[in-house]
Design a protein. Structure first.
Length: 185
């Protein structure tokens, strides 16, 4: 893919992820294209159907988790507990549930085996180095499945209802710390 085409694709996926989180997945391709700074024809050429775009947004979310872990892992040996906590907090800050809550109901009732299988394998690849390092330092059980860990983070990072999110901004950090402490064997 040409560099400009790849940049357009990345912009379309990022715009879709943001708009899905804010407005739901029924947002038009025209709105996504506008947000991405590309024409509708460019957006539909990259994503001729909505399912392809939804899968790309899921892939983008997983890539964000991967980037957070890659950023934090070099510090793990020097400060295991702090890095473990910082990494989990950073993953929670990605606000993945907002996007997931919009996307997954769309796939309900459809044949999801391929999507689930691919993403489960990707979650395992992404999380395994972090979970292995954490378990070797007694921060989590050695047999903690990556999917279970990820679903815990998803459950934790669901936004508080407004106005509670404004009235109690530190409660999310407290919940994440409780989760982190609860993982210790």
């Amino acid at each position: 893919m040409r560099k400009d085409a790849e940049e357009n694709r990345v912009a379309i996926v990022a715009a879709a992820r943001d708009l899905f989180a804010r407005e739901g997945i029924d947002v038009s391709m025209r709105a996504i294209a506008k947000e991405a700074g590309v024409g509708v024809a460019t957006a539909t050429r990259h994503f001729p159907d909505r399912d392809g775009l939804l899968e790309a947004v899921i892939g983008n979310a997983l890539a964000s988790v991967d980037a957070v872990i890659a950023e934090h892992m070099p510090r793990f040996s020097a400060d295991p507990s702090g890095t473990w906590s910082d990494t989990i907090h950073a993953i929670v800050d990605l606000a993945l549930p907002v996007v997931a809550q919009q996307i997954f109901p769309t796939f309900a009732g459809r044949e999801m085996d391929g999507i689930v299988e691919r993403n489960t394998a990707e979650l395992e690849r992404i999380y395994r180095p972090l979970l292995t390092a954490a378990s070797s330092r007694g921060l989590c059980p050695p047999d903690l499945p990556a999917v279970q860990f990820h679903l815990g983070i998803i459950a934790l990072s669901r936004p508080l209802p407004a106005p509670a999110d404004k009235l109690f901004p530190d409660e999310m950090n407290w919940l994440v710390d409780v989760f982190i402490n609860g993982l210790k064997p």
